[in-house]
Design a protein around this ligand. Structure first.
Ligand code: RB5
Length: 152
């Protein structure tokens, strides 16, 4: 993890333990962490935490977001409904690297019941260490914005 970044973190009850682990590693690496909860193991609804993190990223309060639930799927579905968010769900380092390089993902979704803590840490490092390649991918991101404007 190279540059110093502001990261917005959010999780539901399925991801709260992993969120703590990642937050500690991020602070240790010199990053600033904004923790949007949840804070305990009581059952909560993942869209509420996706909303908090995605709003912080959209408003420029944070450089990037990390969302964690049991599978990462609910968080990624929720996050990708926000106009300014490109959320990549990654269960491995390669996907994490490519979602930054090709999709310019600004939010990473993780499944705490799918990957172990060490794999999640490696995924997060790959996500933070990779920059967007631009070029042909710019055109594709512009088309994503057109999809957002689509009405049936
Ligand atoms: C919560 O039980 C679980 O549904 C949630 O963490 C997530 O996996 C949803 O996609």
């Amino acid at each position: 993890m190279t540059r110093s970044l502001i990261l917005a973190l959010g999780a539901d009850h399925g991801g709260v333990a992993l969120k703590s682990r990642l937050a500690a590693a991020l602070v240790e690496a010199g990053h600033e962490v904004q923790d949007y909860g949840t804070d305990g193991t009581a059952s909560v609804d993942y869209p509420d935490f996706a909303h908090a993190v995605c709003s912080a990223v959209e408003k420029g309060k944070a450089d990037l977001g990390v969302l964690i639930c049991g599978t990462g799927i609910g968080m990624s579905i929720a996050a990708n409904r926000y106009q300014g968010i490109r959320c990549g769900l990654a269960h491995d380092v390669t996907t994490a690297r490519l979602t930054r390089a090709h999709n310019d993902a600004n939010v990473l979704a993780l499944g705490a019941r799918i990957v172990g803590d060490e794999v999640a840490l490696d995924i997060l490092r790959a996500f933070l260490d990779t920059t967007f390649e631009g070029g042909r991918h710019e055109r594709r991101l512009a088309k994503l914005n057109q999809i957002t404007e689509h009405t049936p």
